[in-house]
Design a protein around this ligand. Sequence first.
Ligand code: 2AM
Ligand code: CA
Length: 267
Amino acid sequence: MLNIAVRAARAAGDIIVRAMDRVDLLNITVKSRNDFVSDVDRQAEHEIVNILLRAYPSHAILGEEHGAQGLAQSDYVWVIDPLDGTTNFLHGFPQFAVSIALFYRGKVERGVVYDPVRQELFTAERGAGAALNNRRLRVTKQKGLSGALLGTGIPFKDQSYLDPYLGMLKALLKDAAGIRRAGSAALDLAYVAAGRFDGFWEIGLQKWDMAAGVLLVQEAGGIVSDLEGGDAYFETGNIVTANPKLHTPMLELIKPHLTEQLRYRGG
Ligand code: 2AM
Ligand code: CA
């Protein structure tokens, strides 16, 4: 199943790369405020869905552009972001990726994040580790925030998150060596798995932005949680992730800035 996911991710990557130098000719639709989708997102997802369903006709699909299909009929669900970092892509800023995850009975079992510009293929299989171009990945051993390089995403959609977010940013900035906002959550998570980032946090993500990256981090020995340290990151869309030594210090600095809206109220 990982091989099929890799084949689909590479095929989507080819479509994206071919379109890179003619972005100005693309048909771009605004889905909602600051949310863009292009023909490339749609074509790439179409290709991924075709490859997956040809191999596994009974599996369900949840895609950023495609929507949900067959969720009630199958224990297997493919969660797809055909182009994570669409805004970057549309600006020719070379930081975007294809993200494909396979859930079995609600748990992520396989994950692929593919950066078609650098041709970096990040793969993870539950219990079998994470890899970059077939080389085993491990999170960093960075102990505290001092000297740490963190990734983040700035809330772009729901402005009510902005003030609490800026409080967190300020608190984490004080000690960290640096904070980067690169624009693709899937790649940010892959970078935590690869030890390029010591940690990463973001508010307001979708399941398809995170699913494959979450498994990459976990299989590389990292910790993934929601803003309160619980495991409701898919439900809330809010995620804090780091190596095991840095995760708690990050949560401690985030906690004072939580608002009611940012707390998990589900069961
Ligand atoms: P996307 O490009 O696939 O939408 C950037 O902060 C991260 O948030 C990216 O992974 C981006 O994925 C995701 N994201 C989700 N919703 C978004 C939106 N409405 N606008 C911009 N980025 C969004
Ligand atoms: Ca996305």
